[in-house]
Design a protein around this ligand. Structure first.
Ligand code: AMP
Ligand code: ZN
Length: 474
């Protein structure tokens, strides 16, 4: 089975061919752990999850590395503002991030390297850049990458270097395309850094943001690997600078395929912490939406299209998931003497169309259409009493197969949810599901908070062995 991806480097859809036998090696830029991730961030992690699941669906093994940025301008600024040690400050957001990944059923990466555990690797990489005459120390004590000495600079963001002024330097980790400049590899210690610094051949200081991804990806994936991803805002300068550092040091191609997702928007603007127009996952859980409903919304739009976040979309996702639950419950009760003759063809087409969708640059809309066709056909056959127990089970199996990509149908627990839904409204059920997920992730503070929220809505939750639960009117 062949997969096609749109490669940002070539701006073309290309057939995916792994560089080597063995697992597909993929690097995904992870969170800066200075706050709870918002659902815009999770759009990026969800797209990467879809990519990962699609590779696995196609039969590949995947080795994914996602870094945790636990030292940078923002983590230092905010840890100092609340008087905490940097490691204690970032630890709480790392823990929250992993709990959130579970709530959204995002498959874990194989390695989650933290920047602060890899300072020696970053220093070694900067030393290689000095050997290649691509790095220099300036009068301010910081070490910069010289983009003039690296001819490939700009190939990802398609920057025209012709009319640019040379030798401009920028110390900040984040800057615009208009400010193309030599960027910081190592930042000399300054007042604002407090006690956050490491020794280096260039004096005490700390790494720039970009160098961490080059150093950690090459450590765990080798000097050339298959796929690198992120949100589109990471393309420049972050990924452009990563390419310069990595290919500058090794002298050969670093990453074969670059994939970027478009933004999650709110009222026409990018959802972001700086604009203040964001919802964290916890905000939505507290309003009574479940992880699987949120997952369905984040997955629903092709990753290269902007996704406008609305509560209507959540409502729709809720309806779709209810429809799947209801169909599964009906299928489990089916027991006609024989199957309709067209069943085999219905299953074959569903399987084929589903695959054609995701294998074409992760076109989830095509796969969702195949899902809806199958649900429609299943209900039609059920209405006509034309499904045997075995025939109906084959449809449930197909839904479970699709769920290897969607990751939110959870057909095993459909009956439990339908029963809960009959006794409590959907928002209360969603709170109960979120609480079950929090308990599973051993996030007991969150699970207690959700229990209280359920009580406020007039229900009590009763736990049973094995993580099962039941809602009763208070
Ligand atoms: P940050 O923690 O800001 O470094 O962002 C982590 C990831 O989330 C990066 O891959 C960003 O590109 C991505 N991201 C941030 N905001 C959004 C958004 N509104 N929509 C989609 N992805 C985003
Ligand atoms: Zn990165």
């Amino acid at each position: 089975m062949s997969l096609r991806f749109f490669n940002t480097l070539s701006r073309r859809s290309e057939e995916f061919v792994p560089l080597a036998a063995g697992p597909v090696r993929m690097y995904t830029c992870g969170p800066t752990v200075y706050n709870f991730a918002h659902i815009g961030n999770f759009r990026a992690y969800m797209f990467e999850d879809l990519l990962r699941r699609t590779l696995e669906y196609a039969g590949y093994e995947v080795k994914q590395v996602m870094n945790l940025t636990d030292v940078d301008d923002k983590t230092i600024r905010d840890s100092r503002a609340c008087g905490m040690k940097l490691t204690d400050f970032t630890r709480q957001y790392k823990d929250a991030f992993f709990a959130d990944l579970k709530t959204l059923s995002i498959e874990p990466a194989e390695v989650y390297p933290a920047a602060t555990d890899h300072i020696p690797e970053m220093i070694a990489l900067i030393e290689r850049l000095f050997e290649k005459n691509l790095a220099y120390q300036s009068a301010d004590g910081c070490v910069y990458f010289s983009i003039d000495r690296f001819p490939g600079y700009g190939k990802l963001a398609h920057i025209d270097r012709e009319n640019q002024i040379s030798g401009v330097r920028i110390r900040n980790d984040e800057y615009d395309k208009d400010a193309v400049a030599d960027f910081a590899l190592w930042k000399a210690r300054d007042e604002a850094d407090g006690d956050v610094w490491w020794d280096s051949p260039w004096g005490p200081g700390r790494p720039g943001w970009h160098i961490e991804c080059s150093a950690m990806s090459m450590k765990y994936l080798g000097e050339s690997f298959d796929i690198h991803t992120g949100g589109i805002d990471n393309m420049f300068p972050h990924h452009e600078d990563e390419i310069a550092q990595s290919e500058g040091a090794t002298g050969h191609e670093w990453v074969r395929y670059w994939l970027h997702c478009a933004h999650l928007m709110v009222n026409g603007e990018k959802m972001s912490k700086s604009l203040g127009n964001f919802y964290t996952l916890r905000d939505l859980l507290a309003r009574g939406w479940s992880g699987r409903e949120i997952r369905m919304v984040l997955l629903g739009t092709h990753y290269r299209k902007k996704l406008n976040f609305t509560f209507d979309a959540l409502e729709q996702a809720r309806e779709t998931l209810k429809r799947i639950d209801g169909t599964v419950v009906r299928l489990r009760q089916a027991g006609a003497a024989a199957d309709a003759p067209e069943l085999a063809e219905i299953l074959r087409i569903a399987d084929e169309d589903f695959l054609n969708g995701i294998s074409d640059d992760l076109n989830i809309s095509g796969s969702t259409a195949a899902l809806f066709e199958l649900l429609k056909a299943a209900n039609r056959l059920l209405d006509a009493n034309a499904l045997s127990a075995a025939g109906a089970a084959a449809i449930v199996d197909m839904l479970a197969k699709f769920d290897r990509i969607f990751g939110c149908f959870d057909v095993e627990h459909a009956a439990e949810r339908v029963a809960a839904d009959e006794s409590a409204p959907a928002d209360v059920t969603a709170l109960a599901e979120a609480r079950a997920a929090a308990r599973k992730a051993r996030d007991f503070a969150e699970s207690d908070r959700l229990r209280d929220a359920i009580r406020e809505k007039g229900y009590v939750i009763e736990d049973a062995p094995g993580g099962a639960w039941r809602l009763k009117k208070a």
